[in-house]
Design a protein around this ligand. Structure first.
Ligand code: ADP
Length: 177
């Protein structure tokens, strides 16, 4: 929580320097899934990744922050899913100008009422969730600021009681190799 708030105040004060490194998006999503693997095993849910063949090489982006965004989204997905699982995918758009990371789960979903507020700081979909699931309500706000700082965005794709929830992170795609 302290790290969340520190990150947040850094973004607010414009003190967040972006670091561009070459890394493999496939390895990145695999490592995020691996970090959450034990929690998934304990909950009895699946976690899977898929990277499009056109993303087999390395890309240029701020790996640490992209990891933080994906870990935040995937951590939420695991937190709010009790049956089924979580899928993290990386795909390029048709002309390879953007990379899309998607984190989809088969969890409890987000109600239409809560939806307009989830990207606001310190907001949770249901105030009773804080007690049940923990969290500060800062995660999604930070994810969106990071992504927008990279010239991308974090968007909510869908949610319903039976399908679960899907978030998408879009970033400019710069191939390094
Ligand atoms: P928190 O620290 O509470 O997780 P976030 O900003 O990451 O804060 O998320 C805000 C709220 O959005 C969460 O408290 C939860 O109500 C809702 N939410 C986020 N991701 C999901 C998800 N995958 N499934 C269901 N609800 C979600």
């Amino acid at each position: 929580i302290i790290n969340d708030i520190l990150d947040f105040s850094k973004i607010e004060s414009g003190n967040m320097a972006m670091e561009e490194t070459a890394f493999s998006p496939r390895t990145l999503i695999e490592s995020v899934a691996e970090l959450l693997g034990h929690r998934c095993f304990e909950k009895g849910i699946d976690i899977a990744t898929y990277a499009h063949p056109r993303l087999a090489g390395q890309i240029l982006a701020d790996e640490g922050r992209v990891r933080q965004v994906l870990l935040n989204l995937a951590g939420n997905a695991v937190k709010f899913t009790d049956t089924g699982g979580v899928r993290i995918t990386a795909t390029p758009d048709a002309d390879s100008t953007f990379i899309r990371f998607e984190v989809a789960d088969t969890g409890i979903g987000i109600s239409d009422d809560a939806l307009p507020k989830i990207f606001q700081e310190f907001t949770q979909a249901d105030s009773t969730f804080a007690r049940r699931y923990g969290g500060t309500g800062l995660g999604l706000a930070i994810c969106r600021r990071f992504a927008r700082g990279f010239g991308g965005d974090v968007t909510f794709e869908y949610s319903d009681g039976t399908k679960g929830t899907c978030f998408r992170v879009t970033l400019p795609l710069i191939q390094a190799t």
